[in-house]
Design a protein around this ligand. Structure first.
Ligand SMILES: Nc1nc2c(ncn2[C@@H]2O[C@H](COP(=O)(O)OP(=O)(O)OP(=O)(O)O)[C@@H](O)[C@H]2O)c(=O)[nH]1
Ligand SMILES: [Mg+2]
Length: 316
């Protein structure tokens, strides 16, 4: 019988950090890189993340709970408003904030809008700036962006400014560990808040619907990404399968806002939807560690982004 007594070092630090930033700033990609596993889906479409996702970063002397949030922007729909409210709510509850600004894009009104919101946080919440995607710029451009970001902090987060400004690339791993270190130092002294090895508290059904949405986002354009919602209706273990080779039937609805969008998602003769299914199935099988049968249906939920009742039904 093992008889180990769990002990934590006296100076162990643990707490919550929220990543915020404009849509597409690289929050979810950085979250995944720091956790070391995909806990949040990513895409080059804005507003990919639609709920807060906790990714847990375990280190020898710290535990960081990263709260990845939807990109903040001026809302145009009820969904957009709900997402912004969600971020605001999250910000009030964390020990530090990581404000993500891409190295390859000039600071714009969208960033200032966010910086102003951050300026309204309790003064004890440290805010660090993360200059993301450094692999996309040369050293001179990076230096210029670091200066511009520092200046933004001095202007809008006076008198303290940013607690730190850290360049990072989630793509090539540059400084990912440094971000974890800087944030860990800002966490309160506390024992770990999650069991060792737990990387997220995302429910399985949610992860599955997200992997399907990620696959479906690939290759669609214009307003379609915003119009897409995915709901796992049922997961049923298939009967009569050998115990060492189980299979799960997963029934999923993909919602779009208009019949024309339904046609795009399905594709000619159903080819697009089949490709989405194939791609998502592989990822879901890896996640669950069993074979699955994925049954995808596309439905129209008219204007769901603006309709309180439909938003509720879709989980917003
Ligand atoms: N080259 C490069 N691309 C990156 C990096 N980080 C993210 N990206 C890309 O930037 C795009 C947006 O990344 P996400 O992580 O989904 O951005 P996000 O901030 O979570 O976006 P929302 O959830 O929509 O707010 C994707 O196409 C990523 O592959 C990086 O370090 N380098
Ligand atoms: Mg995201």
């Amino acid at each position: 019988m093992s008889n180990t007594i769990e002990t934590t070092p006296e100076n162990f630090r643990a707490g919550f950090t929220s990543f915020v930033g404009r849509p597409n700033a690289g929050k979810s990609t950085l979250t995944n890189a720091m956790v070391g596993q995909k806990v949040a889906i990513t895409s080059n479409k804005p507003q990919t993340t639609r709920h807060t996702i906790r990714g847990i970063v375990h280190r020898e002397d710290s535990q960081l709970i990263l709260v990845d949030t939807p990109g903040l922007h001026r809302p145009r729909t009820l969904l957009g408003q709900r997402l912004n409210d969600l971020v605001a709510e999250t910000l009030g509850e964390v020990d530090a904030v990581g404000f993500c600004l891409p190295a390859n894009e000039k600071i714009g009104p969208g960033d200032k809008f966010i910086a102003q919101k951050l300026g309204g946080l309790p003064p004890r919440t440290p805010i660090i700036a993360l200059v993301t995607k450094t692999d996309l710029v040369n050293p001179a451009q990076l230096a210029e962006q670091l200066l511009a970001v520092t200046k933004l902090g001095e202007e809008l987060l006076a008198p303290k400014g940013f607690a730190a400004v850290v360049p990072v690339s989630a793509k090539d791993g540059y400084q990912v560990e440094e971000v974890a270190k800087v944030l860990a130092q800002l966490m309160p002294v506390s024992p770990p808040l999650y069991p060792d090895g737990e990387l997220t508290d995302e429910p399985e059904m949610k992860m599955i619907s997200e992997l399907i949405r990620e696959a479906a986002l690939e290759g669609v354009r214009d307003e379609l990404p915003h119009s897409l919602a995915v709901v796992v209706e049922e997961m049923i273990p298939r009967e009569d399968r050998p115990a060492d080779n189980p299979m799960v039937d997963i029934h999923v609805n993909l919602y779009v806002e208009r019949p024309s969008q339904k046609a795009i998602v399905i594709g000619k003769g159903g080819t697009r939807l089949r490709d989405v299914g194939t791609k998502a199935r592989k990822e879901i099988e890896t996640l669950l560690g069993t074979k699955i049968y994925l049954d995808l249906h596309v439905k129209v939920a008219k204007e769901w982004q603006r309709d309180p009742k439909q938003l509720g039904r879709l989980g917003f």
